[in-house]
Ligand binder design. Structure first.
Ligand SMILES: [Zn+2]
Length: 377
C-alpha cells in the first residue's frame, strides 16, 4: 500500500513500520506540546523532555490500538501482514476480510475499546501525579487521556474503512446476510461522511475563518473519501477474482528466448516481430530469467551485438513467479510488490508462460460484461 517505510521490528510477531510522513506529525505534536499544551511557566528543558515522552506515549497508544485489532484478527484466523504508522495514525494491513459478521464486529470494536481503556489508565496516572504535586507530568497524562478518547470517537465515525464503518458493515451484513450490500452501504456512508468533512472544512475557512482547522478537516475528508473508495474497489476486485487461477490468464504464446542470444538478435527476432515488452529467458524448459524493454534500452545500441540476454536479464532467483494452479488474487499480491507488470508462470518445474497485468484487467472486464464476475459468497 505505501512506499517509504522504515521497519521497527516485530511486536507480537507482527512487523511494525513507520511511513516517512509519520515524522511530520510526530514533530508537529511534540512542537504543540512543548509550546502550547504543556504549562508555559515551566522551564523549556523540562517541557521539551516531557513533550517528547508524551508524544511517544501518544503514538504508542495508536500502536496498542492497532495491535488490539491485529490480535483479534489473528485469533479469527485472519493473517496480519504489518502495522504501519503514518500521518493520520495507524493502519493494520489485514490481508483477508473477515469471513463472518461476528468476527468483523469483534475485530473492529476492540480498537476503540482499547483506546478508551488506555484513556482510563492515563486518567488514573493523572490523578496519581496530581496528588503528588507533579503538576506538569499530570497535565501530560490528562492530555494523553483526552487524546485517547478523541481516537476512540474518531474511529467510531461510521465511515468505511474506519472502525465505525466496519462496525456498520458488520451490523448490516449480520442483518441482511449480504456481504456485498453491506460493503456497498458502508462505503457509501463513508464517502458521505468524507464529503461532510470537506464541506465543513470549506465552511470553516470561508465563514468562521480559523483556516488552519478548516484545512485539517478537508485533509481528513479527502483521506476518508480516498480510503472508502479504495477499500470498496478492493472488495469488488477480490470478489471478481474468486475461483480464478493463474492458468486462466496465462499467455502461453509468450516466446522463450535462449540466454546466450545477443541483444541485436533479440530485438530483430523477437521484439520487433511480436511487439511484446517482456520476454522469458529459458534454456530447456527451465526458467533462467526475464528481460524487459527497459533493461534492453539501458544498454547503448553500439554494444547490443556484444551483450547477451543473460547479461541484462533479471535472473530467475531474483524473480517472483506464479504457479499455474495458484489463485489469481495471490498472483496479484505477488505482483503488487514488484515494479514490473509481468510475472512468469511455472507448472511442474517448467515455465509455461507469462501473466501480464493488463491481461488480467482485460479478462476481468470481459467477464464483467457477460455478468459472470459476481460469484456468490
Ligand atoms: Zn481502529
Amino acid at each position: 500500500m505505501m512506499r517509504g517505510n522504515i521497519s521497527l521490528g516485530k511486536v507480537l510477531g507482527i512487523p511494525l513500520r513507520l511511513h516517512y510522513t509519520w515524522f511530520i506529525i510526530f514533530a508537529w505534536v511534540t512542537f504543540l506540546l512543548v509550546f502550547s499544551i504543556l504549562d508555559q511557566n515551566y522551564p523549556i528543558e523540562q517541557r521539551i523532555g516531557l513533550g517528547i515522552i508524551t508524544s511517544l506515549l501518544f503514538f504508542a497508544s495508536i500502536v496498542i490500538h492497532e495491535l488490539a485489532h491485529s490480535v483479534l484478527a489473528i485469533r479469527n484466523h485472519i493473517p496480519v501482514k504489518e502495522i504501519t504508522l503514518f500521518v493520520f495514525g495507524g493502519v493494520s494491513q489485514i490481508t483477508k476480510e473477515a469471513t463472518n459478521p461476528r468476527a468483523e464486529l469483534l475485530i473492529a470494536m476492540v480498537g476503540p475499546l482499547t483506546s478508551l481503556a488506555l484513556a482510563g489508565i492515563f486518567y488514573g496516572l493523572h490523578l496519581l501525579l496530581a496528588g503528588n504535586q507533579q503538576i506538569l507530568a499530570a497535565s501530560s497524562m490528562w492530555w494523553l487521556a483526552s487524546m485517547n478518547v478523541v481516537l476512540a470517537v474518531f474511529n467510531l465515525i461510521p465511515g468505511f474503512p474506519l472502525d465505525g464503518g466496519r462496525i456498520l458493515r458488520a451490523l448490516v451484513w449480520y442483518k441482511t446476510q449480504d456481504y456485498h450490500r453491506a460493503t456497498r452501504i458502508a462505503a457509501k456512508v463513508g464517502r458521505g461522511i468524507a464529503y461532510a468533512f470537506i464541506a465543513g472544512g470549506i465552511a470553516l475557512i470561508f465563514v468562521l475563518r480559523p483556516w488552519f482547522n478548516g484545512m485539517w478537516l478537508i485533509l481528513i475528508g479527502w483521506f476518508l473519501n480516498d480510503a472508502a473508495r479504495a477499500s470498496y474497489q478492493q472488495v469488488l476486485l477480490r470478489d471478481a477474482l474468486i475461483g480464478i487461477t493463474a492458468r486462466q490468464v496465462t499467455d502461453y504464446a509468450s516466446p522463450l528466448v535462449p540466454p546466450h542470444m545477443n541483444l541485436t538478435e533479440l530485438v530483430e527476432q523477437y521484439v520487433l516481430p511480436t511487439g511484446r515488452s517482456c520476454f522469458l529467458i529459458s534454456w530447456g524448459a527451465e526458467l533462467e530469467g526475464m528481460v524487459t524493454l527497459q533493461q534492453i534500452k539501458k544498454v547503448p545500441r553500439t554494444r547490443w551485438a556484444t551483450t547477451t540476454v543473460q547479461d541484462v536479464m533479471t535472473p530467475a532467483n531474483k524473480l517472483r513467479v506464479a504457479y499455474a494452479d495458484q489463485d489469481l488474487l495471490g498472483v496479484l499480491q505477488e505482483m503488487s510488490g514488484e515494479s514490473t507488470s509481468h510475472i512468469p508462470v511455472i507448472e511442474a518445474g517448467k515455465v509455461i508462460g507469462i501473466i501480464n497485468r493488463e491481461d488480467i484487467a482485460r479478462f476481468l472486464r470481459t467477464r464483467a460484461e457477460f455478468g459472470t464476475s459476481s460469484t456468490p459468497r
